[in-house]
Each structure stands twice: as C-alpha cells, then as structure tokens.
Design a protein around this ligand. Structure first.
Ligand SMILES: O=C(CO)[C@H](O)[C@H](O)COP(=O)(O)O
Length: 277
C-alpha cells in the first residue's frame, strides 16, 4: 500500500492522511468482524442453553408450558416444534405466551396456543434474562415484556431461565448496564422516577423508541423506566423490588427475586452450565 501511494506521487502530508484513513478503515472492519464472531458465538450459546433446558424440563408430563420472550426463547420454541412436528412428541402441549412476540412464535410454529384464563396452572415456564446474579436474582425486561413475563413465571411450578454466558454475574450491574426496567402508567412516570431516585439513588429514564417518535409503549399500553442503580452498592433486591412495586402507578419491576428454579447458560466452549438456587 505504501509503495503504491509513493508510486502514484502522493505528497508526504497526503500520504500520512491516507495512511491514517486506511488504518481507521482497517480498525473499523476488524471491529465489525470481531462483533460478528461474538454474535455467532452468543447465538450458539443461547441455542445450546435453550435446547438443553427444553429437553430436560419439557416431558410428556408437561401439559402447560409458559413461553418467555427474547432471542434465546426462539431457540426453545424451535426445539419444542422439532419435537412436536418431527419426533411426534408433546402433541397435546399447550403453550401460554408472555408477550405478543411469544404469541406469534407459538402461532408461527403451529403449536397449541393457550392463555391464563383457561390455563392458569403452568407446569414449566421457560424464559430468557438480561442478567442473573449469584443468588439467582434476575433482571428482565430488556425486551420490554417484563409484566406478562412475571405473571406467567409466577403461575409456573418451575421457572427455567435460558441464557448465554454473558448474562451470569456475581452482582447485578456487572454485565447489564441498562438498569432495571420498570413498567409504569404513562401519566405517572415523572413522580415514579423521582420517587425511585429519592429512595435508592441512581437515575431512572424513560425508554425511548428507536423507530417511532416518543417513548416505547409496552404490549400493555404502558411506559418503561430504566432505572440505572448505583453500581457497586449492595442492594437488598427483595426490599427494592417490594418498595418500587408499592409506588402508585408502578405496574411491575424487572427484578425477579426468588422466582427462578434453575438457570441454564450456554458457555463459550459449547458446554452448558446449570445454576441452582
Ligand atoms: O426479559 C426479556 C424481554 O422482556 C428477555 O427475556 C431478556 O431481554 C433476554 O432476551 P435475550 O434472550 O434476547 O437476551
């Protein structure tokens, strides 16, 4: 490249500029290549975790299955569909969705769609998470579906979490930096924001839509606050969850405390790590 530029008679100042531009382009290409490789590894990890959890938890005794939301759950639904349509198993299984996304997945894969009116007693619910700490406290709601996800999980005898290896932390906030999602009544978001900040510090901000003007509106017609708590502060998440839930206008928090039965993590080496309570 250097000799090419010299041959073309490029002046030294221009030459340095070309060199800088080339280096920047090279670094950007390398960065995007590394990101693509990371995404492939993460997808493989999600898939392994989801398929393993389905095979261990969804049996012929499972009559009602809760279906969570997010990208990892897609692999769980694919595995269930494979067992129903290729392996001729689980033909009577009823799937209860936790969001529009989950409902569409169930319909797309031609599985039996249920609801909590007819199927309030769920045998097993499978869902993803944004972060899981050492006590199996979860942050959920990165995809904005926390309210229905929590209701479905609360109706399940066993709540199984599926995730890739980046979701596993000692303390919340180590990996997931977008805060705790909180679903709120639209007219109350400012007082709720101020209330949470006064109680527990940090900053709560209204989640804005990317391809729509204004805030995100959830499946239930509400707004979302993302509360960035103070990193490295030792919070009692059960207490925090209860206190925030009591603020008028709060519908639900993305803190899932004492709910998960087991977490399955797909690891970078292709293995699956299981976390127990
Ligand atoms: O809570 C959720 C959506 O509200 C998802 O389960 C969570 O965001 C994890 O998603 P993914 O599997 O895509 O990482």
């Amino acid at each position: 490249m250097l000799s090419g530029l010299l041959r073309r008679g490029v002046q030294p100042a221009r030459f340095t500029q070309h060199l800088g531009e080339d280096l920047l382009r090279g670094a950007a290409a390398l960065h995007s290549q590394i990101r693509k490789m990371d995404d492939i590894a993460l997808d493989a990890a999600k898939k392994t975790a989801a398929r393993t959890a389905v095979d261990q938890w969804v049996t012929e005794d499972t009559k009602i299955l809760g279906i969570g939301s997010g990208s990892t759950v897609v692999y769980a639904v694919q595995r269930i569909a494979e067992r129903v349509w290729k392996e001729g198993e689980l033909t009577d299984l009823i799937c209860v969705p936790s969001s529009y996304q989950a409902r569409h997945l169930i319909l797309d894969y031609n599985l039996n769609l249920g609801d909590l009116d007819r199927n309030p007693n769920i045998d097993v619910a499978i869902d993803g998470a944004d972060e899981v700490d050492r006590h199996m406290v979860l942050i959920k709601g990165g995809g904005g579906c926390l309210l229905q996800e929590k209701v479905v999980a609360s109706c399940a005898k066993h709540f199984i979490v599926v995730a890739d290896y980046t979701k596993n932390s000692i303390r919340l906030g180590e990996q997931w930096c977008r805060g705790v999602p909180i679903e709120v009544a639209p007219m109350a978001y400012v007082p709720i924001k101020l209330h949470i900040e006064a109680l527990f510090g940090g900053e709560a901000s209204l989640r804005m839509a990317k391809v729509k003007a204004g805030p995100i509106v959830t499946d239930n017609g509400n707004f979302l606050l993302d509360w960035k708590f103070i990193a490295n502060r030792e919070y009692d998440w059960d207490e925090v969850n209860r206190a925030i839930t009591l603020i008028p206008g709060v519908l639900e928090t993305g803190l899932f405390v004492n709910m998960a039965t087991k977490c399955y993590y797909g690891m970078a080496d292709g293995k699956v790590k299981v976390q127990n309570k």
